[in-house]
Design a protein around this ligand. Structure first.
Ligand code: HEM
Length: 562
């Protein structure tokens, strides 16, 4: 009789485990209390059913927990590998299909972009890289996934932003209507007229930056770090009317380090967003970000109290012209100001560093660009004048080619099919509801169906017109006119795509062009003799945004100061 009751008890525990899996699968509960009830209260209660088979309560409780959790995990794994799973037809590594912890592990070396790239080579255009997540490489999916009427931002931001319960920053907003409302001031801030107004802010910081470089002529400097200082000072000017003097003083407060220190954990939370709710409960967690936010709040208050002579980004974000029907709250302005600094300084700094590294590795490109800059800005000309930028085809080609090979957001930005949407065809693929998906920028941009020949090589000439390309005919391009040339700009996704793409794209180009022209008009850049240039790419990590290492450079003057 006892044995029967015990067996019944074990079966009840297993049944409860299966029911728990079903509840998580069906309702995706997010509240910690519900997690606690499902994972702890139920097995504690169930241990009474098996008491008869154990010599102590302790043993009964431990055994019930083990059996309960084992049942849940086994049931989850079997379901996710089974043909009944909605994403069963999409191939991918077994462990990735079972759990997102696999991607946490695989991305921990900072090379997830290369991992995804190799997965696409092995499995094709759509790879299942999580139980409910797909990585995509086919350009036919871009428009339906990310274009107007496409899917909204995915949950990968939820974990990173777990502490932002009230005011979310623009990039994390899922609701398309709310996203559009919050994006309006940003769109105004990057209109052609507004951009023209920023030129003087860029020019001032670019002059300070390049003058600082000139003082270091002959020295070995970390160009990547100095570029960080330039982009950070500029974005602080834009977002909060100043407050940062890294070009002058260096990063005394360690702010750049503070921002970068959160990236590895941020990446983990993009893979397991549900964990963010637990993570933020750990005492002291998020302190760095809170400190940075406090700095921004202080700056925002100062900037708000005075009328700026210049219409900076803050002017538009806080709606100083009073255009919005519902004026933005101060919390929204601060939150988006923080985003501007983070999204606007790191991305352009990484691109500029990559660009100089790639050019120094490819002297032909370096001298071609230098020649173009010399043509438009000979000695004595103002290299910060933007009038001729549209005609500087080689400059634009070098920037695009850098962004193609190394987009600062290497692995793309997740989108999700809303629950209840019923799923939809994304290009030639049917993606059921509950699916998260992203275009893998790094793979799309190196796909020979989009960019050929030499999709993995730095070859800016591919961005020129055929006539321009021919005019550069030289040993490095010999024979390339004999192979098919493919240049599918739909596969150029560094700034993402659709209504939630990068709103700061034009500003990024403007800032990078101005800085490059001034830097190359005034200075020569070369690697120190003992530096192995491949190290820079080895050190480049995919932590959602790219994190770069140092870029040692020796500077020499181009223009005599006499
Ligand atoms: C080389 C430079 C840059 C690159 C490659 C870049 C790339 C990106 C990417 C890939 C996204 C994600 C979009 C998505 O979720 O689909 C993004 C979003 C964003 N970027 Fe940039 N970015 C750059 C510079 C800038 C600059 C200078 C700013 C200026 C403030 C900026 C502001 C933003 C903002 C506000 C968003 C969120 C847009 C939204 O969700 O509506 N970015 N950027």
């Amino acid at each position: 009789m006892h044995a029967l009751a015990f067996n019944d008890g074990l079966l009840a525990v297993i049944a409860a485990g299966l029911a728990c899996h079903l509840a998580f699968n069906r309702f995706e509960p997010a509240r910690l209390l519900v997690h606690f009830a499902l994972l702890c209260v139920i097995p504690s209660f169930m241990s009474f059913f098996v008491l008869s088979g154990f010599t102590s309560i302790f043993r009964a409780v431990v055994s019930t927990y083990l059996l309960y959790w084992f049942t849940i995990l086994t049931s989850i794994a079997l379901y996710r590998l089974s043909p009944f799973h909605p994403l069963a037809k999409y191939p991918g590594p077994i462990l990735a299909r079972i759990s997102k912890f696999w991607m946490v592990w695989m991305s921990s070396d900072g090379k997830q972009h290369v991992y995804y790239y190799n997965l696409h080579k092995r499995y094709g255009d759509v790879v299942r890289i999580g139980p409910n997540e797909l990585s995509m490489r086919d350009t036919a999916a871009i428009q339906p996934l990310m274009g107007p009427g496409g899917w909204s931002k995915g949950p990968h931001w939820d974990g990173r932003m777990a502490e932002q319960t009230n005011t979310r920053t623009l990039i994390t907003i899922k609701d398309p209507v709310e996203h559009a409302r919050r994006r309006r001031p940003w769109n105004r801030a990057f209109s052609i007229a507004a951009l023209k107004g920023y030129e003087e802010i860029i020019a001032k910081r670019a002059r300070e930056f390049v003058t600082g470089l000139e003082h270091k002529v002959g020295e070995r400097v970390d160009l990547a770090e100095l570029i960080n200082h330039f982009t950070f000072d500029f974005m602080s000017d834009m977002a909060f009317g100043g407050g940062s003097e890294m070009i002058r003083d260096g990063d005394k407060e360690g702010i750049w380090h503070l921002l970068e220190s959160g990236l590895p954990m941020g990446l983990i939370l993009t893979h397991i967003p549900w964990f963010g709710k637990y993570y933020v409960k750990i005492p002291g967690i998020g302190k760095n970000l809170k400190d940075f936010r406090a700095f921004c709040e202080e700056r925002a208050a100062i900037r708000k109290s005075r009328v700026s002579q210049v219409k900076d980004l803050f002017h538009y974000l806080i709606d100083e012209d009073g255009i919005e029907r519902i004026p933005p709250t101060m919390a929204e302005v601060i939150s988006d100001g923080v985003l501007a600094i983070v999204a606007g300084s790191d991305t352009t700094a990484t691109t500029l560093s990559n660009l100089f590294c790639l050019m120094m590795k490819n002297p032909t490109v370096y001298y071609r660009l230098q020649a173009e800059i010399d043509k438009y800005f000979p000695v004595g000309e103002n290299a910060l004048d933007t009038t001729d930028h549209p005609y500087m085809s080689y400059l634009n080609a070098v920037i695009n080619e850098t962004l193609r090979l190394f987009p600062p957001v290497l692995s793309g930005s997740q989108r999700a099919a809303a629950r209840g949407s019923g799923g939809r065809a994304i290009g030639p693929y049917y993606l059921p509801e509950g699916t998260n998906a992203f275009m893998h920028f790094y793979s799309v941009q190196r796909d020979p169906r989009n960019f050929s020949p030499m999709p993995d090589a730095f070859w800016p000439e591919r961005w020129l017109t055929p006539e321009e390309r021919l005019s550069y005919a030289s040993p490095d391009v010999k024979g390339l006119d004999k192979v098919p040339f493919i240049h599918n700009t739909a596969g150029f996704m560094a700034f993402s795509f659709g209504p939630a793409n990068c709103v700061g794209k034009k500003l990024a180009y403007q800032k990078m062009r101005m800085a490059i022209c001034l830097m190359m008009q005034r200075l020569e850049f070369r690697f120190p003799d003992d530096y192995v240039p491949e190290k820079f790419e080895d050190d480049l990590l995919d932590l959602f945004v790219a994190k770069k290492g140092s870029l040692p450079v020796v500077l020499s003057p181009r223009v005599s100061k006499d």
